[in-house]
Every structure is written in structure tokens, then in C-alpha cells.
Ligand binder design. Structure first.
Ligand SMILES: C[S@@+](CC[C@H](N)C(=O)[O-])C[C@H]1O[C@@H](n2cnc3c(N)ncnc32)[C@H](O)[C@@H]1O
Length: 272
């Protein structure tokens, strides 16, 4: 699941696609925008790329806010999570694209906005240089990148009252994290520095903690990852452990405890 290749939904799995779509609407509600207000969107010929587009939900939602003259391109290593192309907005396309490989010539320097979101479980620290270089290659000089992630290292358990049980929720996270570097990505806290080191200007970082009423739906989105892992891993010792602990995790959740993360949207402008 957590290798760069297989994080893509190699077989369409409706838990993963449901999660992506629900997560999108919760994040939109939380941040209050799709495109950060500092990024201009008034050009009727705007070209927008969404890298690792998944179900394409960010672009299909954006299509409703922008004129039909803009071009919206969903780029992803896999099309498994994508809806049928016949049901996409007319000005939206999907294309196979690997962020870790050479950027094709016809995509170099063509976009006004490059958006990337929820790569926390995809990229390791040592992927970051190539990822950033390639994202910036897609951008026209003078234009904008927007990158949005949960800061996994900000992880904590929130409870409705201090007496709530949190042991299973804490164990599931703390025992899972050392098993894979991608469950403890340190590059997210460095995104702003990374933007600066790559020569971007007009950098803005919008850090947000979810409001109380949104903590639980976001938490339930995250629980789906563990349910998915347990289902896919079948009979390994690890999968068995997750399956055993999940009912207690769900009990603690129902009684008023949840994982909580700070989320960040970082934007920057490519130099002219
Ligand atoms: C967690 S999903 C995020 C989907 C979408 N960005 C969103 O916010 O709803 C990660 C996506 O990244 C894609 N992906 C993984 N590795 C990739 C790569 N090397 N190049 C491009 N896309 C990749 C996966 O196929 C998957 O669709």
C-alpha cells in the first residue's frame, strides 16, 4: 500500500475512492476555498494541473467555479480511481503522469496553477527534491503552486472530556508509524522551507486545525485507511493485529475520542 507505485489504487477500491471524495468536501469546508485566495484565477484561458488527481474531485469541483474556457488537467500515475471520462466536465482531461519521472515536453512550463494534495503517504523525504523540481517544471514562470497536506507529525488524540479512553487509538497510531517512514513524513513540516529553497516567492502557508464538528468526520476518513490496510494485507501478523484492535478503536471513537491533525495549504510563485 505505501510504496510509491502501489499507493495508487491498482485495483479500483471503493473505500479508497469514497474516502478521497469525502475528504475533499471536508477539506473544502475547513479551508473555505479550493484555490488559495492569493492565487489569481481571473484569466479565462487559465491552465490548471492537479497532480495525483485520484478521483479528480478537486478539479470537478473547481470546474463549477471557473468559466468553461479554462483547461483542467488531472495528472496521475493511475486512472483506476477516476470517474468515466464521459462524465467529466467538457474542459477537463485525465492523463497518465509520473511525478517521479521526466516531465514530458508538451507539459513543460504550460500551467498557470499546479495543485497537489494528499501525498503524505506517497512521498518519502528523499523523493522531495525530484517531486518539487518536476512540479515546478510544469509551471509557467511567474505562476503558482498550491500544496495541501495534513501535518502527520502534529498528530494528537482529541477527546470530548478528559476521562475518555484513548489507548487503542494511541496504540494503532504509535505502533503503525515506525513500520513505514511514510506514516511519519517529516517533509510536510518543511514544505514552506522547501518552497523557499526552490526559489519560490509570495509564499503563504495556511495552517488550520479542524473545528470541533469536523474532527469526527475527518477522523473517520482516516480510520478507513487502516480498515483498507487490514483488508488488503489479508493474513499477515500485522493485518491480524489491526483487525483485532479495530473494534476497540471504533468503541473509543463512538465514546468521544478521535485522531486530530493540523492541516496546511502552502502556496508559492515561480520566479519570472
Ligand atoms: C491519496 S491520493 C490523493 C488524491 C487527490 N490528490 C485528492 O486530494 O483527492 C494519492 C494519488 O496520488 C497518485 N500517485 C501516487 N504516486 C504518484 C506518482 N508518482 N505520480 C503521480 N501520481 C501519483 C495516486 O495514484 C493517487 O491517485
Amino acid at each position: 500500500m505505501f510504496s510509491l507505485e502501489t499507493t495508487s489504487t491498482t485495483t479500483a477500491d471503493n473505500i479508497i475512492t469514497d474516502r478521497m471524495n469525502l475528504h475533499h468536501y471536508l477539506l473544502r469546508e475547513m479551508h473555505g476555498y479550493l484555490v488559495h485566495p492569493s492565487i489569481p484565477t481571473d484569466n479565462p484561458n487559465l491552465r490548471v494541473a492537479d497532480v495525483g488527481t485520484g478521483t479528480g474531485i478537486w478539479l470537478t469541483d473547481l470546474a463549477r467555479q471557473l468559466p468553461s474556457t479554462v483547461s483542467l488537467d488531472g495528472l496521475d500515475i493511475s486512472s483506476e480511481a477516476a470517474p468515466p471520462k464521459e462524465w467529466l466536465p467538457k474542459n477537463m482531461t485525465l492523463r497518465r503522469f509520473d511525478l517521479m519521472s521526466e516531465v514530458p515536453e508538451d507539459l513543460t512550463g504550460v500551467y498557470d496553477i499546479v495543485h497537489i494534495r494528499l501525498f503524505a503517504f506517497v512521498l518519502k523525504n528523499d523523493h522531495m527534491k525530484t517531486a518539487m523540481d518536476n512540479l515546478l517544471k510544469l509551471l509557467k514562470p511567474g505562476n503558482y503552486i498550491q500544496w495541501s497536506e495534513p501535518d502527520i507529525l502534529s498528530w494528537r488524540v482529541r477527546t470530548t472530556t478528559p476521562d475518555k479512553k484513548t489507548e487503542a487509538l494511541t496504540n494503532l497510531m504509535t505502533i503503525s508509524q515506525p513500520r513505514d517512514e511514510r506514516l511519519k513524513p517529516t517533509w510536510i513540516a518543511r514544505l514552506t522551507d522547501d518552497f523557499r529553497e526552490h526559489g519560490l516567492s509570495s509564499i503563504d502557508a495556511d495552517f488550520k486545525d479542524p473545528s470541533l464538528e469536523i474532527i469526527m468526520p475527518l477522523h473517520e476518513c482516516n480510520l478507513l485507511i487502516h480498515e483498507f490496510l487490514a483488508r488488503k494485507a489479508q493474513s499477515t501478523e500485522w493485518a491480524e493485529w489491526i483487525k483485532k484492535i479495530l473494534p476497540e478503536v471504533l468503541r473509543e471513537t463512538r465514546e468521544g475520542a478521535a485522531w486530530d491533525f493540523t492541516r496546511v495549504v502552502v502556496v508559492g510563485q515561480k520566479p519570472l
